[in-house]
Design a protein around this ligand. Structure first.
Ligand SMILES: C[S@@+](CC[C@H](N)C(=O)[O-])C[C@H]1O[C@@H](n2cnc3c(N)ncnc32)[C@H](O)[C@@H]1O
Length: 783
């Protein structure tokens, strides 16, 4: 969001009165001080404007009001998800079901709860959990220490992730398949991207890569870094992270003749269109009040109004990037109808019959949700408005016709007709509240007191046919005028020639400018950090900030400002060297055309430091991006698979690229060389000592095999005693392997101390379980 011109209306008396409210945007009124003066630690969970606003919007029935407010003031219980494609997924789930669910029960009863932890009934396969203790309670209570430790370790190891339960919902309604191209338009810090990647990889066998991919876009480069960090443990080659403005996300449209058909890519794609779009927009975030009580202090109706236009253009861009037949989910963590139903109504009006709301009432039946509203009002510093015609001219820069249920302007109300607006009507009684006759009841609002969660809003949309022409194509003039944040070098002719990026109705002409004014003028920082912005992420953000501080910030100007360009690795000799060293047969796992690096990873001597592997889908999108002049601002792509190793003992025939831990699961099934099979005793021994001389292996034959490996990077794979020496070992989803370095006299692990420690722990647990099972079996036999 850019800093825009200030649009100030005339100062009527009403304005003057309401300017006191405006002040409240910047500094809280005394009555809304952020902290209780008797207890400075305790935030005051109250805001009279909030209460007045939502009572007036009739967000809940009068008899529910107290319960609604009571829940909003309670701390949010912790929720977490088990990584479904993780190697230890079943073990973790069983531990939660059979151990913690029972052992924490007494503690729950003491604090007046029926259950301590429970799986979320609507989330598949018992993989998402709700704890009746808040994160604070879990940390502070000694009895819960073991549970806290478990959560901490598994989160660190990437096997679990803390995520607010309502934030888990949108990807579940998106109906993603492994071969889908998915766009996550406003993706950072990335908890939903993580879910989308899990679905894309759901049914992949080790080493096989899905045909689909996820493009995770977020305008904020720093927040994208969190996303890149979060999604690392998915070890995916099918992700591209971009930093474009969502409303201007390029479709990279070209003619087939323009795109480069090559030996490695005979069927290039000619436009970037998606089967699924997740449009989880920046919002005022009052659904996260329970977790971020400081929002009580900041809350005002202007926040939602200020974001409405951006939300509309983001959603419209999402729909234009969606394939016909595709599905888009629009979601916010705000309960405000101006950011929710009003946005959905406006996009439906703009799209005419080409987009419809999907009835998902039969999906996730155990998730309690409420139908979307069809009536609401608009509030600003001038007070309440039922209809756009009531809005004084002076207020019209902040209150737009699209915020009202009918979406009609004065002209429309007094008989003006517009084809797409005919779909919406206003009540026959002009003085009565407007009612939207679009099927907004198909939208879903999740409220805190229904199932002890945060608040959330979700709408599922289906693109039935191409959008009306004027929504798909916009003149170049309009394009230039709205791309405020793009600097001159981005406006290269190649970019403009193919760009069809702006999808805003070419009428009124002020919406985007007004948006900037209302946002920046108030100094309003939208609390867009959605519920997933948990303390873990805050810690992580701080760490990344530290790194960022030390890291050299790229000095590129123009289109690549802040980002180093991605380049394909075309060094055939170097790639052949890697293939030969690790015994990779190219036909089974093509490297050429799938390996990329960044300019920043190439030294002044032309040596490459890091090499990333991209799946076929990502490769196609990269090639398309090149063909149309690189409008995508790519901050991360593919999976880091090889890293330059500068070991002194490397010989002439040694490969200087080691396999990274994250790349190992993908490439291992295709490796035929540099693999050492070891049984539990030697595997654990190496993890414990980090480096073992060949002569000191517990099984001498494993030591001998280690000595026979070529100097350099290698992999140690854990096998059963029966599999040792067998040529038949096949990698499967439960295979445990670690990257190592074969030196002249010893083998050394190339895994961090923390990872070594966690793996030892995991292996010990497995051994104990196995022993227990064997003992049970023996006892049964004796009996
Ligand atoms: C509600 S958060 C997204 C949360 C995310 N989907 C998740 O599950 O972790 C909204 C995000 O939108 C980003 N954003 C704000 N304006 C944007 C724009 N114009 N285009 C793309 N992203 C934008 C913000 O940086 C923020 O990360």
């Amino acid at each position: 969001m850019g800093r825009g011109r200030r649009h100030r209306g005339s100062t009527s008396k009403r304005n003057q009165i309401e300017n006191s409210n405006d002040d409240n945007v910047r500094k809280p009124l005394k009555s809304e001080a952020s902290f209780d003066s008797n207890n400075l630690q305790k935030p005051i969970c109250s805001n009279l404007h909030f209460e007045e606003y939502y009572k007036e919007q009739r967000i809940v029935k009068a008899q529910e009001w107290d319960s609604f407010m009571e829940f909003l003031r309670k701390p949010l219980p912790a929720a977490f998800r088990v990584y479904s494609n993780g190697q230890f997924c079943d073990e973790i789930r069983l531990k939660l079901e059979n151990d913690f669910m029972i052992s924490l029960q007494a503690e729950a009863i003491e604090s007046g709860e029926l259950e301590a932890i429970k799986p979320l009934p609507w989330y598949p396969k018992n993989l998402a959990w709700h704890s009746n203790f808040s994160r604070k309670e879990i940390r502070k209570n000694q009895t819960l220490e073991r549970f806290h430790e478990f959560l901490k370790l598994e989160t660190e190891a990437g096997n679990m992730t803390r995520q607010e339960s309502v934030s888990m919902v949108p990807p579940l309604f998106l109906d993603v398949h492994p071969d889908h191209f998915v766009l996550d338009m406003c993706a950072a810090p990335g908890s939903k991207t993580f879910q989308l990647l899990e679905i894309i990889h759901e049914s992949s066998e080790p080493g096989s890569l899905p045909n689909g991919m996820v493009v995770a876009n977020d305008v904020d480069y720093k927040r994208s870094n969190l996303l890149i960090h979060q999604t690392k443990r998915t070890c995916t080659t099918n992700l591209m992270v971009t930093n474009n403005e969502g409303q201007h996300f390029p479709s990279c449209n070209t003619k087939r003749t323009l795109s480069v058909a090559s030996e490695t890519n005979p069927h290039p794609i000619d436009q970037l269109l998606f089967d699924r779009v997740l449009c989880d927009v920046p919002c005022s975030g009052d659904g996260t009040l329970r977790k971020a009580p400081d929002i009580w202090r900041r809350w005002n109706s202007g926040s939602g109004n200020g974001l409405h236009s951006l939300q509309v253009v983001l959603a419209m861009r999402g729909l234009s990037l969606l394939k016909v037949g595709g599905r888009m989910v629009y979601s916010t963590c705000s309960m405000n109808p101006i950011e929710d139903e009003a946005v959905v109504a406006e996009i439906l009006r703009r799209c005419g019959c080409s987009v419809e709301l999907v009835d998902v009432s039969d999906k996730l039946p155990e998730l309690i949700r409420r139908p979307g509203l069809t009536k609401w009002k608009v509030h600003d510093r001038g007070g309440w408005y039922r209809s756009y015609k009531d809005v004084p001219k002076s207020q019209r820069d902040g209150v737009l016709r699209s915020m009202f249920p009918s979406g009609k302007s004065d002209k429309d109300s007094s008989g003006g007709k517009n084809s797409y607006e005919e779909m919406a009507s206003i009540s026959s009684d002009e003085s009565a509240e407007e009612v939207c006759d679009l099927p907004l009841e198909l939208c879903m609002r999740i409220l805190p007191h229904d199932q002890n969660t945060g608040g959330f809003f979700i709408a599922v949309l289906h693109k039935v046919s191409p959008l009306p022409d004027f929504q798909e194509k916009v003149t170049q003039k309009r394009n230039l005028s709205t791309r405020n944040n793009i600097n001159s070098s981005e406006k290269s002719s190649s970019y403009e020639a193919v760009s069809d990026t702006v999808v805003t109705k070419p009428e009124e002409g002020t919406e985007e400018i007004v948006l900037e004014a209302t946002v920046s003028e108030n100094g309003f920082e939208p609390p867009e950090m959605e519920s997933t912005w948990n303390e873990g992420i805050v810690e992580l953000a701080q760490k990344l900030d530290d790194i960022e501080g030390k890291r050299e910030v790229p000095s590129m100007q123009g289109k690549w400002k802040g980002l180093y360009p991605v380049v394909f690795l075309r060094d055939q000799t170097g790639i052949n060297g890697i293939k030969t060293f690790y015994g990779i047969k190219d036909e089974s796992f093509p490297l050429y055309g799938h390996l990329v690096t960044r300019n920043s990873d190439i030294s002044s001597h032309g040596n490459v430091k890091r090499i990333y592997y991209v799946s076929k889908a990502v490769k196609n999108v990269l090639e398309l991006n090149f063909a149309v002049g690189k409008p995508l601002k790519i901050s991360s792509v593919g999976l880091k698979m090889f890293e330059k190793q500068s070991a002194k003992e490397c010989e002439a025939n040694c490969c200087s690229f080691r396999i990274t831990s994250e790349g190992l699961p993908v490439i291992l099934p295709y490796m035929t060389k540099q693999i050492l099979y070891a049984t539990m005793a030697d595997f654990k021994n190496l993890l414990q000592h980090k480096s073992i001389k060949f002569l000191d292996f517990i099984h001498p034959q494993i030591g001998e095999k280690a000595a026979e490996l070529a100097l350099g990077s290698c992999v140690m794979v854990l096998v059963d005693d029966s599999q040792l020496g067998s040529e038949q070992f096949k990698v499967n989803s439960s295979t445990i392997a670690i990257g190592c370095w074969k030196g002249k006299a010893s083998l050394t692990v190339m895994v961090t101390t923390v990872d070594c420690h966690q793996l030892i722990q995991r292996l010990s647990d497995r051994s104990k379980e196995k022993e227990k099972a064997e003992n049970c079996f023996k006892t049964a036999e004796t009996a």
